[in-house]
Design a protein around this ligand. Structure first.
Ligand SMILES: [Fe+2]
Length: 294
């Protein structure tokens, strides 16, 4: 990206990012969050003690890059703060989910996304359902291949990792994976998709991870700390609402057209789902799952 028009602690992008977002193109950036007082190892360990138990996910760190729908091997959480502080010496992969439940982290998520809006020229109010996640993982830990439905901004704080991007083989494979996602497999892959890009990200580096884009991460020989903030805008919210609608009617034995095939019907489905409360709850649950994150 070229010069940054304004100071921000979050992704340093400019107006050219609008087109990257609209075209769902992975985009590297720099950020200013390394050493932020809310994001040191000690601060993250403390945050772990303030979140409810269901917002802590702990798995063994070393795992296959593509393991299908098999869940990771859980690590018992006994003293989360101490376990995070000791992460360099264990094989663990901790996710602190929905850190915006804690006020000072909600302010941080807002500061980052308002900054993104200001520097890129996007509308602040268009970046909705904002969420934050912190990841602490051991040397050699792996985030298996998956896709997410959110616009995600992964920001590396400590350690260096390789972030790989892939693509669906064809429309049929994409539809199969999308159906699997909405049926509960969280967007995981049985085999590694064809690689389209690999980015090494170290402290101060970040990457925009578009929705519905296969990706995976492998840690190098050091502990990794990272922050991911996510949002929905009309683009991925509409696609997700149509998919939630389609999943429901498929259970009735109907085979509706996939998102994008019939735009007028898509608009009707979006309008229907927006007034249908269950859809919002389902979207919220799906987007809160730890598996599809970094
Ligand atoms: Fe992810």
């Amino acid at each position: 990206m070229s010069t940054t028009p304004r100071q921000t602690v979050g992704p340093q992008v400019d107006h050219t990012f609008q087109q990257r977002l609209a075209s769902r193109t992975p985009t590297r950036f720099r950020h200013g969050l390394v050493g932020h007082p809310l994001l040191t190892l000690d601060a993250i360990a403390q945050l772990g003690t303030e979140l409810p138990a269901e917002s802590i996910s702990a798995e063994v760190g070393v795992k296959p890059l593509a393991a299908g729908s098999a869940a990771g091997v859980a690590v018992p959480v006994e003293d989360i703060a101490e376990q995070i502080r000791q992460i360099a010496a264990t094989s663990s992969w901790f996710t602190l989910l929905h850190i915006h439940q804690v006020d000072r982290y909600q302010r941080l998520v807002d500061e980052i996304l308002d900054g993104l809006a200001a520097t890129s020229g996007l509308s602040e109010s268009g970046l909705r359902r904002r969420m934050g996640f912190v990841f602490a993982s051991s040397p050699k830990a792996v985030t298996a291949a998956h896709f997410d439905i959110e616009h995600s901004f992964c920001m590396q704080l400590e350690g260096t990792r390789m972030l790989g991007f892939g693509k669906f083989a064809d429309t049929e494979q994409r539809e199969r994976h999308v159906k699997g996602y909405w049926s509960g497999d969280f967007g995981r892959f049985d085999t590694l998709p064809e690689v389209t890009a690999e980015y090494e990200i170290g402290p101060g580096d970040g990457c925009y991870i578009p929705p519905y884009t296969p990706h995976w991460i492998t840690n190098y020989d050091n502990t990794s700390l990272s922050l991911t903030v996510t949002f929905f805008n009309d683009d991925n919210e509409h696609e997700s609402l149509v998919q939630a609608f389609n999943t429901r009617v498929q259970k009735l034995g109907i085979d509706p057209p996939a998102y994008g095939v019939a735009p007028r019907r898509d608009r009707a489905k979006v309008a229907f789902m927006k007034v249908y409360g269950g859809a919002k709850r389902r979207l919220g649950l799906q987007s809160g799952e730890p598996v599809g994150s970094h």
